[in-house]
Design a binder for this molecule. Structure first.
Ligand code: PAF
Length: 300
């Protein structure tokens, strides 16, 4: 039977009791409006833990003043039904006051990682994510927590804070789940009009194209980035950033040489279609077709 906890005390007691029985607790933090991408995280947590906790909380501190907090899609009943079917043990559904009680004054911030990619146009975002994830880890005390690779910068921020703050939690990442045309699943896809949704497939097509170009020998990140931008703009996307970055530091790479590919290089982007900002990323490799259907990798 799936339980629902609305207070942090209740959630923590449940998790501590499981730990006292020698059970491994897995946590999947979410903001709800769940889709197949979230359920894949839950299934991975299920493989890695004896008890799975999913938190659902639309965290106000990670939204800037002009962002979509007020409109962020919500579906409590639908989410609970999906989680029950997927096999979750506890859903933690805190209120805003539960996680940010009156008088709270502690926040968590990182000095370097947020000064890249999404952090540049969303200056409060990663501080908000770091703060709420720290709270969720402290409440649920999981041995393992699972996050998606679509939010790649977020994944790095969480890995770093877990290490820096000595949380005994293993951070596991799950591959991005995509729609049949390659668009990364995201709760924000629900905002797209039919026309924007059709055009948004250019994001994954462009990432696959970039990977194919690298496999064909392209080494100049600036030229590759400019061509990626052109492809996206030609389909009506408004580019926030397109960047080729080191997969650990997120520093922009000037050249995509074999050493960089060996260390790990990501093509990452954030693009608006209408009012909707979408992000995606892909590891660059010398194999054009890894994760990219052949047709998509060579689309011009
Ligand atoms: O990825 C998300 O849904 C959120 O950023 C997270 C990790 C649940 C923190 O609010």
């Amino acid at each position: 039977m799936m339980e629902v906890a609305r207070s942090s005390g209740e959630a923590q007691r449940r998790c501590l009791a499981w730990r006292a029985e020698g059970l491994r607790v897995g946590l999947v933090p979410t903001m709800g409006y769940l889709h197949e991408g979230h359920l894949a995280l839950v299934r991975l947590a299920r493989e890695r833990a004896d008890r799975v906790v999913v938190s659902i909380f639309v965290n106000p501190t990670q939204f800037g003043p002009d962002e979509d907090l007020a409109h962020y899609p919500r579906d409590e009943a639908g989410d609970l039904a999906k989680l029950e079917r997927t096999g979750v043990d506890l859903v933690f559904f805190p209120s805003r006051d539960e996680l940010y009680p009156p008088g709270h004054e502690t926040t968590v911030s990182l000095a370097r990682l947020p000064n890249h990619l999404c952090g540049l146009s969303r200056p409060v975002h990663f501080g908000g994510v770091a703060t709420v994830v720290t709270k969720l880890l402290a409440i649920c005390l999981p041995q393992v927590a699972v996050f998606g690779e679509k939010d790649y910068q977020q994944l790095l921020v969480i890995r770093k804070l877990t290490r820096d703050l000595f949380f005994p939690t293993e951070i596991v990442s799950a591959p991005t789940v995509r729609e049949p045309d390659g668009l990364a699943m995201s709760s924000r896809n629900a905002y797209l009009s039919a026309d924007e949704r059709r055009r948004a497939r250019v994001l994954f097509e462009t990432l696959c194209w970039a990977r194919a170009e690298v496999a064909r020998g392209e080494r100049d990140s600036r030229r590759l980035g400019a061509l990626m931008r052109q492809r996206i703009e030609s389909r009506g996307g408004v580019v926030d950033y397109v960047a080729i970055v080191d997969h650990e530091t997120l520093d922009e790479l000037e050249r995509i040489d074999p050493g960089a590919l060996e260390r790990g290089a990501h093509a990452a982007l954030a693009v608006r279609f209408g009012a909707t900002r979408l992000i995606d990323n892909l590891l660059l490799t010398s194999q054009a077709d890894r994760d990219c259907p052949a047709g998509r990798a060579v689309t011009r």
